[in-house]
Ligand binder design. Sequence first.
Ligand code: PGA
Length: 251
Amino acid sequence: MTIHRRPLIAGNWKMNLDAARGGALAKAVADKANEYECEFLLCPPAPYLSLVEQSIEGSAVRLGAQDCHVNEGGAHTGDVSAAMLKDVGCSYVILGHSERRADHGENDEDVAAKVTAAWGLELSAIICVGETEQERDSGQTLTIVSAQIAGSVPDGANAANTVVAYEPVWAIGSGKTPTPADVAEVHGAIRSNLAEIAGKEAAAGIRILYGGSLKPGNSSEFLALEDVDGGLIGGASLQAEDFLAIAASCP
Ligand code: PGA
C-alpha cells in the first residue's frame, strides 16, 4: 500500500526580519498558498508569532515556533512554553535545530523532553537531526543520525505529531549540499530508525524533510526523492519568490 505524505514546505526565519518585513512576507505567502498542493508552514521569531498569525489568517498557511521550554510555565526567564505557542495559534514547533544544539547545548534528552511537552499541547514537533562536517568526513553520518533519532524521538511518534528534518550541519547556510543519493540514503535510514521506535505503519506516515541550503535551483532534485517529504528552509524562506519557487518544485 502506498502511503501519501503531503509535502511540507516550512520556512525557518531564525532570528531574521522585522515586523514590517515579516508581516509582508507572510501575507505574500498566504495570498498564493492555495495555488500549491503542499502544506505551508512559517516559523517566525517568537515576538512576531501573533503578527504572522494575523497575516496568514484565513489561509492554508500554518504557524510554527522555533523552540519551546519543557515546562508549561513558571520561573524561566526568557523562555516560551508550548502552551503559549498553542495559545497564539501555533500548530508546529521546531525542536533540536543544530543551532540550538550548538548555541544552547541542547542534547537528545533535552530535545525528547521538549517533544513530549509539545505533544502534550497537541503541537506537532519538527525534530531536527544532522551530522557535522567532521562526522561526515569520518564516515559516521548514519551512526550519528540514527543515535539522534533514537535519543530525540520519544515513543508514540506518528504522522500527526511528528515531522523529522534531516539537516546536515555543514549544509546549513553554507551553499553546500549533499548529493541527492546521499540524502536518499540518510532519509531511508531515518525511516527505518523511526520504524524501530514507532512501528512500521506509523513510520511510513511520518514526513521527513530535507534542510540545508535548499533553494529554487536545487530543490526539485531533493524534493523528488521518495523519502523526502518537503523542506525546512532558512535563507531562501526570507523571500516570498524563492520560498514559493521551492514549493512549486514539489513533485
Ligand atoms: P538554510 O537553513 O536553508 O539557510 O541552509 C536551513 C535550516 O537551518 O533550517
